[in-house]
Design a protein. Structure first.
Length: 261
């Protein structure tokens, strides 16, 4: 469970960050990050530039696989994650505000100190398995009451991820037909000190994603499976509620604990 909690921070941070992007292909270079905390801490969203909107509501289906010395055989944990943030202006950024009580599929979300909202991390099933995502927001501080059903299937990734990465060689990850129902897909490597994020079109996805040895040169060596390789396809809609535009995201996060040599 501790491993799962550590994963939630980069996953939900990516979910909010998706609102900053359109559906075109882009890539980002490695960036230095602070170590991932061992307890779930609500992320601070990046400033979006998708357009004029007042908030982001993200529903995530996560599948996490790992093994270590204590658990030498592979273990896979499936969980639902939800995160939401609302802003004091319609420019897609600014300060986050208290929008009253927020729930998804009837599951109450916890408001964090920065006014973002995160589901109870101990509850792994939020009812996303049949594709249903029903958001309810009480409203407040300029945010209208929201009752929105995000229809359509979740995106998916159907291939197996490696459990080790040789950073002296290019890393190829199968995409193509392995990605379905996505507007875009991210390939992410997360360590305690470095993060690499590369973004590709999702419909159709390219046959493979490549992270070069040069891009991985600053990654630390990891021998206890505490680095993570993530494939993150996502899709979104932009509902208008009370004359204000919001972003609703459906995302899959397929995550593997990896060693880096």
């Amino acid at each position: 469970m501790k491993k799962l909690l550590k994963l939630m921070v980069p996953v939900v941070a990516l979910a909010i960050g998706f609102a900053s992007c359109d559906k075109a292909t882009t890539t980002t270079t490695p960036t230095t990050t602070t170590p991932t905390p061992t307890t779930p801490t609500a992320p601070t969203p990046v400033t979006p530039n998708l357009g004029n909107f007042w908030g982001v509501m993200a529903a995530i289906q996560m599948e996490f696989s790992y093994s270590n010395a204590q658990v030498p055989f592979p273990v896979t944990i499936s969980s639902d994650v939800a995160v939401a943030s609302f802003y004091n202006s319609g420019t897609g950024g600014g300060s986050m505000v208290d929008a009253g009580s927020v729930s998804v599929n009837g599951n109450s979300m916890n408001k964090q100190t920065n006014n973002s909202y995160l589901n109870d991390p101990m509850k792994l099933d939020l009812g996303f398995s049949n594709g249903a995502v029903d958001w309810s927001v009480a409203g407040g501080n300029g945010i209208p009451a929201i009752s929105y059903s995000h229809t359509g299937s979740f995106p998916a990734y159907s291939s197996t991820l490696p459990t080790s990465i040789d950073k002296s060689k290019d890393l190829d990850i199968d995409l193509g037909s392995k990605v379905s129902g996505a507007d875009s897909v991210y390939v992410v490597i997360v360590t305690s000190s470095e993060t690499i994020i590369k973004r590709y079109k999702g419909n159709p996805a390219p046959s493979k994603a490549t992270i070069t040895a040069s891009e991985m040169s600053n990654l630390p060596t990891v021998s206890d499976n505490t680095a993570y390789l993530e494939i993150v396809p996502f899709t979104y809609k932009m509902p208008n509620v009370g004359g204000k535009q919001f972003v609703a995201i459906k995302e899959a996060a397929v995550v593997s604990g990896v060693n880096i040599n």
